[in-house]
Ligand binder design. Structure first.
Ligand SMILES: *[C@@H]1O[C@H](CO)[C@@H](O)[C@H](O)[C@H]1NC(C)=O
Ligand SMILES: *[C@@H]1O[C@H](CO)[C@@H](O)[C@H](O)[C@H]1NC(C)=O
Ligand SMILES: *[C@@H]1O[C@H](CO)[C@@H](O)[C@H](O)[C@H]1NC(C)=O
Ligand SMILES: *[C@@H]1O[C@H](CO)[C@@H](O)[C@H](O)[C@H]1NC(C)=O
Ligand SMILES: *[C@@H]1O[C@H](CO)[C@@H](O)[C@H](O)[C@H]1NC(C)=O
Length: 198
């Protein structure tokens, strides 16, 4: 219930944080906002070897705490590029929590590889079309064949799957906005860099 609510909330967060229409902003302002968010990241050592889900409860907790800190610290921002990045973090935090709570025993690395062999791996296709209903059907069918999974994992998996798609869409939107405002991206741990997603 709360999960659906959060997912439905994302577009609102992106396109009008707390109902405020985005004011006119300059490229310079958006660059400064980007620096502000960047400056809030205390542990930039979440690197590309990690991936969401992290599949390590302690690392996940560390990441969840760090994202919470970054969101608190960066606060209300005006540029779409900033809001999309914050929504991206928000989504990653939800995915991490949700995965740990519902899927970590079932959708192991081993299970992911086996299912990927049948249904296609989540490789970059330049857009987010690899997340589609046909592919999801294959994933949920194969998921139930995995040793540690039951039908009870299907619903959490479906939510996980669409949240991953949101991550992908936000990463693309963010890239467009960053280009539009000519914002220079700083080196940072990959989990805080949507460009590393895609
Ligand atoms: C990340 O950095 C923190 C603080 O420097 C350190 O405690 C932690 O062990 C590091 N984690 C990894 C995976 O390198
Ligand atoms: C996670 O943290 C707890 C408490 O700090 C520790 O006892 C446990 O060994 C850690 N687990 C892993 C997998 O690192
Ligand atoms: C932010 O995004 C919204 C929705 O796409 C758009 O209507 C608005 O013009 C954008 N604002 C700026 C400042 O680009
Ligand atoms: C099933 O769960 C066990 C214990 O958590 C784990 O060691 C094993 O790798 C899992 N099997 C698969 C195929 O994910
Ligand atoms: C759906 O996703 C699969 C792999 O995830 C991909 O091969 C296929 O082309 C996608 N279908 C569409 C219509 O994009």
């Amino acid at each position: 219930m709360i999960h659906y609510f959060l997912i439905l909330l994302f577009p609102l967060v992106v396109f009008g944080q707390w109902g405020t229409p985005p004011p006119v902003v300059t490229d310079q302002q958006c660059q400064e906002e980007y620096h502000k968010i960047h400056g809030c990241v205390r542990t930039p050592n979440f690197s590309y070897v990690d991936d969401i889900p992290l599949r390590d409860p302690n690392r996940t907790q560390e990441l969840v705490n760090e994202i919470t800190h970054v969101l608190d610290c960066s606060g209300f921002l005006n540029c779409n590029s900033s809001r999309i990045l914050q929504s991206f973090f928000f989504n990653q935090r939800w995915v991490s929590d949700h995965f740990d709570a519902t899927l970590s025993n079932c959708f192991t690395q081993e299970a992911e590889w086996k299912i990927g062999k049948q249904c296609g791996y989540w490789e970059d296709d330049g857009n987010c079309n690899r997340f589609n209903k046909t592919s999801l059907k294959c994933y949920t069918t194969e998921l139930q064949k995995q040793p540690n999974c039951t039908w009870k994992h299907v619903k959490p998996f479906v939510r996980f799957y669409w949240a991953l798609r949101s991550t992908c869409v936000m990463a693309h939107q963010w890239k467009l906005e960053m280009d539009r405002h000519h914002i220079k991206v700083k080196r940072i741990g990959d989990l805080f860099n949507p460009l590393a997603i895609d």
